[in-house]
Design a protein around this ligand. Structure first.
Ligand SMILES: NC(=O)c1ccc[n+]([C@@H]2O[C@H](COP(=O)([O-])OP(=O)(O)OC[C@H]3O[C@@H](n4cnc5c(N)ncnc54)[C@H](O)[C@@H]3O)[C@@H](O)[C@H]2O)c1
Ligand SMILES: O=C(O)[C@H](O)COP(=O)(O)O
Length: 625
C-alpha cells in the first residue's frame, strides 16, 4: 500500500481499554507520585475517591514488571490481596490523627521501640510516623527494603530523620510544620519570663522549705532588647509576644524578609549586631550542618556581658560545653533550655544541673491543642502521600499542587515511556548525557517539569538496573550513575491551554541498536506528544511517526514501497499478534521509511525474525514499554 507523502497511516485497531485503573487521574497519581511498582494494582471497590476505606494497594500475583521492591513482593501474599497499607506510629500521637489514619490503614502504635525493634517492624510498614524522639536512620530505610514509602514527622524539626537516606531509598518525608508554632512560641515566652524571675529556682527552694526573697531577685523584661535568632514561624510569634511585654525586638535571619519583619515592628540585623545589642537571645533556627554549634565560645564572646539565652529550637545549635564555661565566667548570665544535644540528657549533664540554668524536657510542642493539631496535620499529609498526592509539606521532594499533577498526568506517563523506549535503543552501556526538550506555549514559570524529568529518569534507568525510582530519588540516582540530564524549552506561539506540545528525549555519545533513531546530529532521539489524553510517539530520529504508546512497539526501517504494511501486518496476524496502532513516516516517496507498530501482545522470536527477513526491511527493533 502506498502511503500519502504528507501523512502517516494510522490505525489498525485502537485499544478499547483506556478507561482502566491508570487512566483516572486519581488512581494514576497514586502510582505517579510514590511510583508504586508496576506489580502493584491500586483497586477501589468504590469510585468515590474520598472514601479510602475501599482502597487497597497490592501486588499483582502474576508480575508483569521486573522491578519490585523486594519486601513488597515477599510481604504480600495472594491471600492478602485486599490488605490496607500499614502505618507504624512510633511515638504518641493525638487521637484525632489516629482516627484519620485508622480509616485508611492498619495502624500499629508501638512506642519506645529500640532501634532494632524499629528496624524489624519497619519492613512490614508502608508509612512511619514519629516525633523528635525516634531516630530514623539509614539502617531504618535499609531494613524497610523499599516498602516504606512515607515518613511523617509529627512536628517541625526533621533533624532526627536521615533525609539523604530517605531520598536515596525513594521514601517521601513529610512534616507538620504549622500546628505547634504557637505552642513553641508560648513556651519560649514562658521560659523567658521564668528565667528572668528565677521562678524555677525559687519554686524548688520554697518546696525545700527555703524562703529566699533576696536571692531570687530577677530582672525586668520591659525596655530590654530581645534578639530573635531565626525569624521563621516560631521566631516571629515570639517576637509578637515579646513586643507585648514592652521589649525592643531585633532579629537575625539571613533568609527572612525585611518587609515581614517591619510589619511586626522588628528590625532585622546582622548576626554580630544581634549578639552585641541583645539582653536576651531567643534561638529559633533549624539544626543543620551550618547552624550546628553556631553558639559557641567565639559567639558568646561577642555578646553583651550578662546576656540571657533561651533555646526552644534544637540543643545542637549551642556548644553545650562552651555554654557551661560562659555561664561560669558570667559572660552568659542565665539560660533557659527546652532542647539538648542528647535527649534525654545524661543524668550527670552539668548544663542541666547548673544553678543559672532552667530546663524543660523538650516541651515546646507539648500542649493539648498543639498535639491534636500536629496529629491531624501529619495524618492528613501521610494519608495524602499514600494516596499519591504531592504533599504540601514534603521535605525531600518537589511540591506539585494537585491541579498541576492532574493536568500533567498523561505527560508524566509519556515521559516515562519515552525514557523507557530511548534506553532500549542504546547499544551497549554508558549513557551519560541525556537532553530533554519541551515545546510549549506556556511560559517557563507556568510549567513545572520536575515531575516529567523524574519520570524520564525512571524510564531511562529502571530497564537497565535494579534501582527503584520515583520522584523522590530520581535526581539522586541519575547523579549516582553519572547520568547528566539537562532540560531545555522552546516557547511556542499559540494557546497555553495544554501544558506541552512535545517532549523530546535525546541521548548523546552512544551507539544505537536502531541506527534510524539517530538524529542528524547523531543522538538517539525520540519525540512524543499527548493526543486526547493518550501518549503518542511522534518522532523517531528524523522520521515522523504517530503511534499510541500502549502495549509494546516494533520499529522497522524499510524501503518505502507498496505492500510493506501488508507484509508486516500479515506476519503479525499469522502469529496472532494484535496490532494496536501502525504508522509510517518517510522522507520522500520510494526512499527510506520508518514503520512504527504498536502491538498488544509480545511477538515471538519467530515473528520478529520473519519481519526482519522481509527483503525491504533494513533494520528492526522490538521495544517493551
Ligand atoms: N521545642 C520544641 O518543642 C519546638 C517546637 C517547634 C519548633 N521547634 C524548633 O524551632 C525551630 C524553628 O521552627 P519554625 O517552625 O519556626 O521553623 P521555620 O522554618 O519557620 O523557621 C526557621 C528560621 O530559621 C532561619 N534560619 C536558618 N538558618 C539560620 C541561621 N543560620 N541563622 C538565623 N536564622 C536561620 C530560617 O530562615 C527560618 O526563617 C526549629 O528548630 C524547630 O525544630 C522546637
Ligand atoms: O520540631 C518540633 O516540632 C518540636 O521540636 C516538637 O518535637 P516533638 O514532636 O518531639 O515534641
Amino acid at each position: 500500500m502506498a502511503v500519502p507523502a504528507s501523512s502517516q497511516w494510522h490505525a489498525v485497531q485502537e485499544s478499547s481499554n483506556r478507561s482502566g485503573v491508570l487512566s483516572s487521574p486519581f488512581w494514576g497519581s497514586i502510582r505517579t507520585y510514590l511510583q508504586l511498582p508496576r506489580t502493584c494494582q491500586v483497586h477501589s471497590s468504590s469510585r468515590i475517591c474520598g472514601n479510602l476505606s475501599h482502597v487497597s494497594i497490592y501486588p499483582i500475583v502474576a508480575a508483569v514488571s521486573t522491578k519490585t521492591p523486594p519486601s513488597t513482593a515477599s510481604i504480600h501474599s495472594p491471600t492478602e490481596v485486599h490488605a490496607l497499607p500499614t502505618i507504624l506510629v512510633a511515638e504518641k500521637l493525638g487521637e484525632g490523627g489516629l482516627e484519620l489514619l485508622r480509616k485508611v490503614a492498619n495502624v500499629d502504635c508501638s512506642y519506645n521501640l529500640t532501634p532494632e525493634d524499629l528496624c524489624s517492624k519497619v519492613s512490614l510498614c508502608d508509612a512511619l510516623i514519629v516525633r523528635s524522639g525516634t531516630k530514623v536512620t539509614r539502617e531504618v530505610f535499609e531494613a524497610s527494603k523499599g516498602r516504606l514509602k512515607v515518613v511523617g514527622r509529627a512536628g517541625v524539626g526533621i533533624d532526627n530523620v536521615d533525609l539523604h537516606a530517605a531520598t536515596e531509598f525513594g521514601c517521601l518525608v513529610v512534616n507538620a510544620p504549622t500546628a505547634n508554632t504557637i505552642a513553641a512560641a508560648e513556651h519560649g515566652i514562658a521560659l523567658l519570663a521564668a528565667m528572668a524571675r528565677n521562678v524555677s529556682q525559687a519554686n524548688a527552694a520554697l518546696k525545700d522549705g527555703k524562703w529566699l526573697r533576696n536571692k531570687y531577685t530577677g530582672v525586668s523584661l520591659t525596655g530590654k532588647t530581645l534578639g530573635i535568632m531565626g525569624f521563621g514561624k516560631v521566631g516571629s510569634e515570639v517576637a509578637r509576644r515579646a513586643k507585648g511585654l514592652g521589649m525592643t525586638v531585633i532579629a537575625h535571619d539571613p533568609y527572612a524578609s525585611v518587609d515581614r519583619a517591619h510589619a511586626i515592628g522588628v528590625e532585622l540585623v546582622p548576626f554580630d549586631e544581634a549578639l552585641a545589642r541583645s539582653d536576651f537571645l531567643s534561638l529559633h533556627m533549624p539544626l543543620t550542618p551550618s547552624t550546628n554549634k553556631m553558639f559557641n565560645a567565639q559567639t558568646f564572646a561577642k555578646c553583651k556581658k550578662g546576656v540571657r539565652i533561651i533555646n526552644v529550637a534544637r540543643g545542637g545549635v549551642i556548644d553545650e560545653g562552651d555554654l557551661v564555661l560562659a555561664l561560669d565566667s558570667g559572660i552568659v548570665a542565665q539560660a533557659a533550655l527546652d532542647v539538648f544535644t542528647e535527649e534525654p540528657p545524661k543524668p550527670d549533664n552539668n548544663l542541666v544541673s547548673h544553678e543559672k540554668v532552667i530546663v524543660t524536657p523538650h516541651l515546646g510542642a507539648s500542649t493539648v491543642e498543639a498535639q491534636e493539631g500536629v496529629a491531624i496535620e501529619i495524618a492528613e499529609a501521610v494519608v495524602g502521600a499514600l494516596q499519591g498526592e504531592l504533599a504540601a509539606t514534603a521535605v525531600n521532594a518537589p511540591m506539585v499542587p494537585q491541579e498541576v499533577l492532574n493536568e500533567l498526568t498523561p505527560y508524566v506517563v509519556l515521559a516515562e515511556k519515552l525514557g523507557r523506549l530511548a534506553i532500549q535503543l542504546v547499544a551497549g552501556s554508558g549513557v551519560k548525557n541525556v537532553k530533554v526538550s519541551y515545546t510549549s506555549a506556556r511560559a517557563d514559570d507556568d510549567l513545572d517539569t520536575r515531575l516529567l524529568r523524574a519520570m524520564i529518569t525512571k524510564g531511562l534507568i529502571e530497564p537497565i538496573s535494579s534501582a527503584y525510582i520515583n520522584l523522590v530519588n530520581a535526581d539522586f540516582i541519575a547523579k549516582q550513575r553519572g547520568m547528566k540530564i539537562t532540560e531545555e524549552r522552546q516557547l511556542l506561539d499559540g494557546s497555553p491551554e495544554v501544558p506541552l506540545e512535545t517532549i523530546e528525549v535525546s541521548i548523546a555519545h552512544v551507539e544505537s541498536k536502531f541506527a534510524t533513531a539517530l538524529s542528524d546530529s547523531g543522538e538517539i532521539t525520540l519525540e512524543g506528544k499527548v493526543k486526547d489524553g493518550v501518549p503518542h510517539l511522534s518522532k523517531v530520529g528524523s522520521f515522523d511517526v504517530d503511534i499510541s504508546l500502549e502495549g509494546n512497539v516494533v520499529l522497522c526501517r524499510q524501503v518505502d514501497q507498496p505492500g510493506m504494511i501488508g507484509s508486516v501486518g500479515n506476519i503479525l496476524g499469522e502469529e496472532n499478534i494484535n496490532i494496536s496502532f501502525m504508522s509510517v513516516g518517510r522522507i520522500a516517496p520510494r526512499r527510506k521509511a520508518v514503520m512504527a507498530i504498536g502491538v498488544d501482545d509480545e511477538p515471538t522470536e519467530t515473528a520478529l525474525k520473519r519481519i526482519a527477513s522481509i527483503p525491504a526491511v533494513e533494520e528492526m527493533v522490538y521495544l517493551k514499554l
